[in-house]
Design a protein. Structure first.
Length: 365
């Protein structure tokens, strides 16, 4: 960084405008602008006053501590690139705050802070409390700063997506919709389609399989959102989702689609218990347990490949995927222990056997 760039960063950190800094130094605002643009440098006589105004040492202002600054930025960059993998949101929030304070104007750090504020506000600890609203409102303000000032398309789009989630969480749907409509439309020709024109032979075949896989994954998640939501329960969509997964992945190497099948089986089990169809309820719970185990095994493996005819060779890499605390098998046990719908079958031998099997598997027995 040039001295002008450092003055710009430090001025913003101290909430000073160019005009205000110029007033304190008895120079023109044009002079400050020239420093920051690299067209001129401040007189040596101004170094002392600048350090006092910007609350730094002369070494920091002149860039003589650049090595330590570079180390600090490398630390924040590493934290930023893995923030979505963490589950200790409160600790991550403090790191994000430090990054924003030390590097004001670095929009990726501001997007990091706003995102973690949503995670903290939406957490179980603060759900439906004034603290939740406080965090979400702060997240909105930070996302708005990015949307208004940032020229990086990727970061800006991420901020638009984030602010929509903030407003939806606050049930302010009209404002959410306004920002959702700001999100760019998909281009007529996608990158995948352009790449397909450039590839040949086996490389093209693998590329086409990946395109089909991504389209199928999006289709299944769209169906899932039609029945697994607070707003609708379209069980026909659930039936179609289950049927197409079994049809396409005929060898039952479901990998990522264990997630879909787990929730379908749990929903079927709940509905069967409500209808007093207890044998069916236990059968669906057994299926849910099987899919939970399949999902957890995928994460233990890290990198896996589909083997069915359509997706053969498509790789799934979950080594850096965000996971909630615990496993799906933990989630399965907690769900069947807490759901009141299962009270009528809780004392049956088959239900107790199912619990015992889940516990035994988790212990490696």
């Amino acid at each position: 960084m040039t001295i002008g760039e450092r003055i710009k960063v430090l001025r913003r950190k101290n909430d000073l405008t160019q005009e205000r800094l110029a007033e304190y130094l008895s120079v023109s605002s044009q002079a400050v602008s020239k420093w920051e643009c690299g067209l001129a440098c401040p007189d040596l006589a101004l170094i002392g006053p600048l350090t006092k105004l910007l609350h730094v040492t002369a070494d920091e202002l002149l860039g003589l501590e650049q090595a330590s600054q570079d180390e600090r930025r490398a630390y924040f960059d590493a934290e930023y690139h893995q923030y979505w993998m963490k589950v200790d949101y409160a600790a991550d929030l403090e790191i994000a705050k430090q990054a924003v304070a030390e590097y004001p104007g670095e929009y990726k750090y501001l997007e990091w802070l706003a995102s973690v504020e949503w995670y903290v506000g939406y957490s179980v600890e603060y759900a439906e409390t004034p603290k939740c609203t406080e965090y979400l409102e702060s997240s909105i303000r930070h996302f708005q700063m990015i949307i208004e000032d940032c020229n990086d398309t990727e970061i800006r789009n991420s901020a638009i997506s984030g602010i929509v989630w903030d407003y939806v969480t606050l049930e302010r749907y009209e404002e959410a919709k306004r920002y959702a409509e700001m999100y760019p439309l998909a281009t007529e020709t996608t990158r995948d389609e352009l790449l397909a024109r450039c590839l040949q032979g086996k490389e093209l075949e693998e590329h086409r399989r990946n395109i089909v896989y991504k389209a199928f994954d999006a289709f299944c998640h769209a169906l899932h959102s039609m029945w697994d939501s607070y707003y609708m329960e379209n069980l026909r969509a659930m039936e179609i989702e289950e049927a197409v997964i079994h049809t396409v992945i005929e060898d039952e190497n479901f990998l990522g689609f264990h997630w879909n099948l787990y929730f379908i089986s749990m929903k079927r089990a709940i509905n069967s218990a409500i209808a007093n169809q207890y044998d069916d309820a236990v059968k669906h719970l057994s299926d849910a347990r099987k899919y939970a185990i399949g999902h957890d095994r995928m994460f233990e493996t890290g990198i896996t490949q589909y083997t069915n005819l359509l997706f053969e060779g498509v790789t799934v890499d979950v080594r850096n995927a965000r996971r909630e605390t615990g496993t799906y098998l933990d989630w399965f046990r907690e769900t069947i222990a807490e759901k009141k719908e299962f009270d009528s079958i809780r004392d049956t031998d088959r239900f107790q056997a199912l619990l015992a099997e889940a516990e035994a598997f988790e212990k490696g027995e």
